[in-house]
Design a binder for this molecule. Structure first.
Ligand SMILES: [Zn+2]
Length: 559
């Protein structure tokens, strides 16, 4: 009887102690030993952040103020430390809204000239934070796909000096084929898009080479969107206010309709289809067109002050605590619609109140560990993702902690709200050794990894982790799995399609009565184990050979 009582009281003591420490042993080994994610608390945060009171969390509004206050309050309550080394919980991010009014594009060859009409034939804008920007009699160059990819021994520019010139480039990756005519998936990604295929890359490369202007030829199929989508880029766009006011960018960036490009190249005595075929071969080198371009943009400007929110958990190893693992989630969404009947508030419950709430819960779980990981964990909630990944870009340009000491970033943009899955989707699976951490943790949960089912859409380049990848930091981007436990094989695609059709970026992205976050909790635990193990690992995770960010990382680490 005594023995039983003793045993029982020891057991009760153990229960009390483990409850206080969220059942986590001092150093959790298996995924199961990590603290459980509290589904009710996650749901509470999602409800709060996506409530009408928060007005759709547009940067620079009352919705931002309420969001930042809530996040900081939660981090404080969880016992985390302010993440900014200056002692604050935020990093200020200045944004500028630019509304361009472009002229036409005047192309001259000898005595003849032709004006391409703004909006209908050519879309032009400028990142320069200035009331006007201009290209004037700038030499035109056809530069293929506008790609320099050392890992594929690919250089569309050849020895030509690009400074002051205006580039015409093609959209997407060079579609390199094998001798049998099929796509070569060893050069660029085959069907999957690499960063070289994104329009943002092409503008950045043009700026790096000192081009005065750049126009991408729009073709609906390889672009993945119609010309009216790029015409929409002529509306107000937000951008960062960098110290150089973006003067390092080409004065004018834009798009040409394929019809306009065909005509422009014909003026130069060139055939569009022939040039396009040539540009898909490794021997292609930029071709001066013997013509000049003139175009101007005037811009309306307004500035907005916004905030990234950041918390940290200092590492437990004195020798490693100045190295970092980062979790990111964007807190912002689209605000309130200016037109339409009924509910106009874009609540952004899934996008991305949910990811923000899960990162908050993971931060609490990390803090509940008796011994923090050896390296320092950062929990970064970024602003203005919906305006073009701007908050994360700001952090990556002006990091609060050195990126060469940042081992990895794990980004959450939307969590699984439809129940448990036997897998986790990894957007960009195969990119880095972070997959190995994910696979190990998934296996411990008796789960598997699934590659992104729509790799041709380039989703890896469309959320906040990507700004870290561009600077070389290995970046992991999970998504909801596709195999729902106890559901049909079609269930996943059906739910995804419903969301895309009905709720994506609309006022009905709200918490639904049937939401079930048990799957998100599994994912959170997996991602927590990943971050913890990376933070305790003997070596830095690396990009795989052939990945477009590997060379950047190697250089940053001085290898
Ligand atoms: Zn999002």
């Amino acid at each position: 009887m005594m023995a039983y009582m003793l045993k029982r009281s020891v057991f009760m003591l153990f229960l009390a102690a483990s409850a206080a420490c969220s059942q986590a042993p001092a150093e959790p080994q298996t995924v199961a030993e990590f603290p459980d994610m509290n589904v009710d608390r996650i749901m509470g945060d999602i409800r709060k952040l996506s409530s009408d009171e928060f007005e759709g969390r547009l940067p620079g509004t009352k919705g931002e103020q309420l969001t930042v206050e809530h996040l900081v309050a939660q981090f404080k309550q969880a016992g985390l430390e302010p993440g900014n080394p200056n002692g604050s919980w935020t990093q200020k991010v200045s944004l500028v809204g630019l509304t361009p009014q472009p002229t036409g594009l005047v192309v001259k060859k000898g005595g003849t000239s032709r004006e391409f009409k703004p909006h209908a034939e050519v879309v032009g804008f400028s990142k320069h934070v200035a009331p006007a920007a201009r290209i004037e009699n700038s030499e035109l160059v056809f530069a293929g796909y506008g790609v320099q990819a050392p890992e594929f021994n690919w250089n569309d520019f050849g020895p030509l000096d690009i400074r002051g010139k205006t580039l015409i480039v093609l959209v997407n990756d060079p579609p390199v084929t094998k001798p049998d005519g099929t796509l070569d998936d060893k050069t660029f990604g085959g069907k999957a898009m690499t960063y070289y295929g994104r329009w943002t890359y092409k503008y950045e490369k043009a700026a790096e080479l000192g081009a005065a202007g750049i126009f991408i030829v729009h073709e609906a199929e390889p672009a993945g969107y119609a010309f009216n989508v790029v015409q929409g880029m002529g509306a107000e766009r937000f951008d960062l206010v960098t110290p150089d006011k973006n003067m390092g960018r080409s004065a004018i960036e834009g798009w040409l309709s394929v019809e306009a490009a065909t005509e422009l190249l014909k003026m130069a005595g060139q055939d569009y289809q022939k040039l396009k075929a040539l540009a898909a071969t490794p021997d292609f080198k930029a071709i001066p067109l013997g013509m000049t371009a003139t175009m101007g943009v005037t811009q309306k400007m307004r500035t907005i002050e916004s905030d990234n929110v950041i918390a940290k958990l200092t590492g437990s190893d004195p020798a490693l605590k100045n190295e970092y693992v980062v979790y990111t989630a964007h807190w912002d969404h689209l605000g309130v619609r200016t037109t339409g009947d009924g509910d106009r508030i874009n609540n952004g419950a899934l996008d991305n109140a949910s990811g923000t709430a899960l990162v908050l819960e993971m931060a609490r779980a990390f803090k509940s560990l008796r011994t923090p990981p050896k390296r320092t964990m950062l929990f970064l909630m970024v602003t203005a993702e919906e305006q073009g990944l701007l908050g994360s870009q700001y952090y990556a340009e002006f990091p609060l902690y050195p990126l060469e000491k940042t081992l990895a970033v794990i980004n959450i943009d939307g969590v699984n709200q439809w129940g448990r899955t036997s897998d986790l989707t990894v957007v960009g699976l195969g990119a880095s050794e972070l997959d190995d951490y994910a696979r190990t943790a998934a296996t411990e949960q008796q789960r598997t990894l699934t590659p992104d089912p729509e790799a041709e859409k380039g989703f890896y380049y469309r959320s906040d982790h990507f700004n870290f990848a561009k600077k070389g930091v290995p970046a992991f981007y999970p998504d909801t799995g596709v195999h729902f436990v106890g559901k049909s094989a079609e269930y996943s695609q059906q739910k995804r399609d419903e969301y895309t059709k009905n709720d994506y970026h609309g006022p009905t992205d709200e918490v639904k009565p049937d939401w079930d976050l048990t799957g998100a909790a599994d994912d959170g635990k997996l991602l927590m184990a990943m971050g913890y193990r990376i933070a305790n690992a003997a070596k830095y995770p690396e990009w795989r050979a052939g990945n477009e960010f590997r060379a950047i990382r190697e250089k940053a680490l001085g290898r």
